[in-house]
Design a protein around this ligand. Structure first.
Ligand code: PMP
Length: 315
């Protein structure tokens, strides 16, 4: 399917992508005054079903991000979920999908501000392409760029303009021969990847930066903490983490909607553990994949079915 003929939701209706353009002076484009989400759908051919993952969590977060930018979603979360299902059906997707809801300041005029600017919601689905190479562990560097601080613009909101911070770090990493970057916060503690949360395993305990470390509070982060607690019985510690702890970890992995659970093989050219995938990362990654493809009945309320009628019995 080509992008131009993809059905999107824009200006309150379903339209073709090429009929839903914005103008050059659009505020959100000029000033980064928008916020967005990334949703994922897993196509399971055996069930002829597209499972949409954690829709409610993502739309709740979009609502919070919008509130921070003095915007209000024009629909309830339930309505947004229904629109998203309808959108996938209209496109007839039989492939993994990535869905990009966004709300942005839509005025076409000059003058940076948040107040007294109309906004507009759009939802754009595209076939999913792996974001990170799923076959390999990632070689990661600690970025020379620091994570934007909450005192500058709050990273717990998924704000369009804030992604300049991620883009600087990602390109620096890739141009220097790494796959990804980990950013430190202003006070020098581990924050997160450019589009992923980070976890460390040491002596059987799972560590991740607490929400005050300028992280986006990831939906996958929360899901993985739930799974680690209930399926692996792990102790989970959310606290500030030093850069040096990255070098001592037995295992490190990233989580994210696009990334899933993705192992880190090295940090600043120091192998993580023995450089191979560790048992915790392997288990979490396997269970997470089973969950998002509808193979774990206990987690069925994390998923929304696209094609099955609402009356379909539980998994
Ligand atoms: N941090 C950043 C900066 C991100 O862009 C993302 C991707 N949305 C994440 C973390 C992971 O969040 P989630 O699990 O909700 O996709």
């Amino acid at each position: 399917m080509d992008l131009d003929s993809t059905i999107v939701f824009a200006r309150g209706a379903f339209r073709r992508y090429d009929e839903a353009k914005v103008g050059l002076l659009t505020h959100g484009l000029q000033y980064g005054t928008g916020c967005f989400e990334g949703l994922r759908g897993y196509w399971v051919p055996a069930d002829r079903e597209l499972f949409l993952v954690l829709l409610r969590d993502h739309y709740e977060r979009l609502r919070t991000s919008a509130k921070i930018l003095l915007m209000q979603l024009p629909y309830t979360v339930d309505e947004l979920i229904d629109i998203t299902i309808d959108l996938c059906k209209r496109n007839g997707f039989e492939t993994d999908v990535y869905i990009r809801p966004c709300i942005f300041k839509s005025a076409e005029d000059i003058g940076v501000r948040l107040h007294n600017v109309p906004d507009e919601l759009a939802i754009i689905p595209v076939p999913f392409k792996p974001y990170l190479d799923p076959r390999k562990g990632l070689d990661v560097c600690v970025s020379s760029w620091r994570r934007a601080d909450d005192t500058m613009a709050p990273p717990r909101a998924k704000i369009t303009g804030l992604y300049v911070n991620s883009a600087l770090a990602k390109s620096e990493a890739v141009v220097n021969g790494y796959d990804e970057a980990i950013l430190l916060s202003h006070d020098g503690h581990v924050s997160e990847g450019t589009a992923e949360n980070v976890f460390l395993v040491r002596r059987g305990v799972l560590y991740t930066p607490d929400p005050s470390q300028n992280v986006l509070e990831g939906c996958t982060r929360r899901a993985i903490m739930d799974i680690a607690r209930s399926e692996l019985g792990m102790e989970i510690v959310e606290r500030s983490i030093d850069r040096g702890e990255l070098y001592c970890a037995d295992e490190i992995f990233f989580t994210g909607t696009a990334a899933g659970v993705h192992r880190v093989a090295s940090v600043d050219r120091r192998p993580v553990g023995n450089g191979k995938i560790g048992p915790v990362t392997r288990r979490l990654s396997e269970i997470y994949h089973r969950v998002v493809t509808g193979r774990e009945p206990r987690y069925q309320d994390w998923l929304t079915r696209t094609y099955a009628p609402a009356a379909t019995p539980p998994l």
